[in-house]
Design a protein around this ligand. Structure first.
Ligand code: PEP
Ligand code: MG
Length: 542
């Protein structure tokens, strides 16, 4: 039995077997071989295995997201059969007497560079595909399983997880995440909370202590990890798990109740989601709406730009599932830690201060317009609000409003239905937006404060860097003053204001937020009832 500690970032206790995450682009070493024919056979067998895997993924995607979303996996299968690709790999094995993994890696580099250098943006995006199929082949060759490849539920252990890796996992089988790196406000931690999966980050020595199949207890509240516990410890953990579930059960009594303080002040409590898969949790926890749908995860789950039809289907499903309740969808917030290779974004010295979110949308309007068309088309199926991330100026908002108007006109001209009214809002997540909130508020229907970024930009603390957690005071007066200032300016201009960053779930601030006049708090689905409980115990008259 071995105990380790990290930082608990998503509640509850999980008990299960460890699965060590193998990063898909693990380094490949060059090995001299003697039996060329056997190496080529090994390559052929791995290729057959990769094609069978892709076929299974294609079938799953077909069921879950339909033909257009599944198509990419069929293309990947075809790419694996491509003559030039195969000739290059076999040629390297023969001419240099090297291992198949190395031949695949070299071919992947050559082909990816060739695609990246083409003028056509469709062909450029194929660079990411060739890397993807080659990583799959290398994993098959080296017998490395990808995360979640085995059949059972598991506790996922990794050095770190990128948001794109997290969204690709089969969530129904992940009992908990444990990572060596990561920070509380990283998107991986946020995703864990949204999916209601226990998570512990910053566990030193994790990967040298744990191996596949080890029994583990993970406490997402205290950050304690126990590897191969003895029977007594295991019993104790099961007991705590039961008590925890009972507490959650008690909160269920608050379903259907109002979010109203003892003195009668009410507030909307909405939920944050990253995927349609989270809707079940939203409904189970009786959220009044969706305050933040991080639409970029749709892009991160994909190997290519999701087209209008694919996006429309997802947004429509969310709106219909919420049956007339408010659904606020944020336009894509790609960039910084949320990278999708096919966007071909340049490497940046300071990606959090770089080409991300609305800056990408205004630089590449064709991507933005596709999303807006899908959003407006879906607006006919429910109560949609659209909000825009990383705003810093009135010029940006005016440009966005012009594009939205254009898109609506386009739909109208084509006789395509959309809602009479869709609220438009902006995220207040830069100090600039808060400071000029008096000028921004008249342009929009609502503000939603993104405290995760507002805190990082106000305190100059990279939210991805766990070493800075002690300098990153989430209750810092500067951040709270900016929120209060934005609330005052929103109300003075007939706009409403919500908070959708992680701070919204911090019940030690609920009273302060209500006193500032915050109209809506949007939190991970599993925090909705806890927050309702806190609101119902407050008395603002005192
Ligand atoms: C925020 O910055 O607070 C926010 C809600 O957006 P994200 O965490 O996705 O950057
Ligand atoms: Mg943000």
């Amino acid at each position: 039995m071995q105990k380790l500690t990290g930082k608990g970032v998503s509640g509850a206790i999980a008990i299960g077997q460890a699965s060590v995450f193998q990063r898909r682009d693990a380094r490949v070493t060059r090995v001299k071989i003697t039996d060329i024919a056997a190496e080529k056979e090994r390559f052929e067998a791995a290729k057959a295995e990769a094609i069978a895997e892709l076929d299974a993924i294609y079938q799953k995607a077909l069921r879950e997201v339909g033909e257009s979303g599944a198509q990419i996996f069929e293309i990947h299968s075809m790419m694996l059969e491509d003559d030039d690709y195969n000739e290059s790999i076999c040629g390297l094995i023969e001419s240099q007497a090297v291992n198949a993994e190395y031949a695949v890696a070299v071919t992947a580099d050559n082909f990816a560079e060739m695609f990246a250098a083409m003028d056509d943006s469709y062909m450029q995006a194929r660079a990411a595909d060739v890397r993807d199929i080659s990583n799959r082949l290398i994993n098959c060759l080296s017998g490395r399983k990808q995360a979640g490849a085995s059949g059972d539920s598991m506790i996922l252990c990794a050095d770190d997880l990128a948001p794109s890796e997290t969204v690709s996992l089969d969530k129904s089988r992940v009992l908990a995440f444990v990572t060596t790196h990561g920070s509380s406000n990283s998107h991986t931690a946020i995703l864990a909370r949204n999916m209601n999966i226990p998570a512990v980050i910053g566990v030193d020595g994790l990967l040298t202590s744990v191996k596949d199949g080890d029994m583990m207890i993970v406490n997402g509240c205290t950050g304690e990890i126990i590897i191969n516990p003895d029977e007594a410890t295991l019993d104790d953990a099961r007991e705590k798990q039961r008590a925890d579930q009972e507490k959650r059960q008690l909160l269920q009594n608050l379903r259907g109740k109002d979010n109203v303080t003892l003195d009668g002040r009410s507030v909307n409590i909405y939920a944050n989601i990253g995927s349609v898969d989270n809707i079940g949790e939203v409904l189970a926890n009786d959220a009044g709406g969706i305050g933040l749908f991080r639409s970029e995860f749709l892009y991160l789950e994909s190997d290519d730009y999701p087209d209008e039809e694919q996006q429309f289907r997802v947004y429509k499903k969310v709106l219909e599932s919420m049956a007339g309740k408010k659904v606020i969808i944020r336009t894509l917030d790609i960039g910084a830690d949320k990278q999708a290779d096919y966007f071909g974004l340049a490497k940046e010295e300071n990606p959090a201060l770089g080409m991300r979110a609305i800056r990408i949308c205004l630089t590449r309007p064709e991507i933005f317009r596709t999303q807006l068309r899908a959003l407006y088309r879906a607006s006919a199926y429910g109560n949609l609000g659209i909000m825009f991330p990383m705003i810093t100026s009135t010029d940006e908002v005016e440009e966005i409003l012009r594009i939205c108007k254009d898109v609506r006109q386009e739909l109208e001209d084509a006789g395509i239905e959309y809602a009479d009214r869709t609220e438009l809002g902006i995220m207040v997540e830069t100090p600039a937006a808060a400071i000029i909130s008096d000028r921004l508020a008249p342009l929009v229907d609502f503000f939603s404060v993104g405290t995760n970024d507002l805190t990082q930009y106000t305190l100059a603390c990279d939210r991805q860097n766990p070493a800075l957690e002690r300098f990153c005071d989430t209750h810092h007066e500067a951040v709270l003053r900016l929120i209060e200032f934005a609330a005052k300016n929103a109300h003075a201009n007939n706009a409403w204001i919500g908070i959708c960053g992680e701070l919204a779930a911090d019940t030690s601030l609920t009273e302060a937020f209500l006193r500032m006049g915050i109209d809506e708090l949007s939190v991970s689905p599993s925090s909705v009832l806890k927050l309702r409980d806190a609101v119902r115990k407050l008395d603002l008259s005192k």
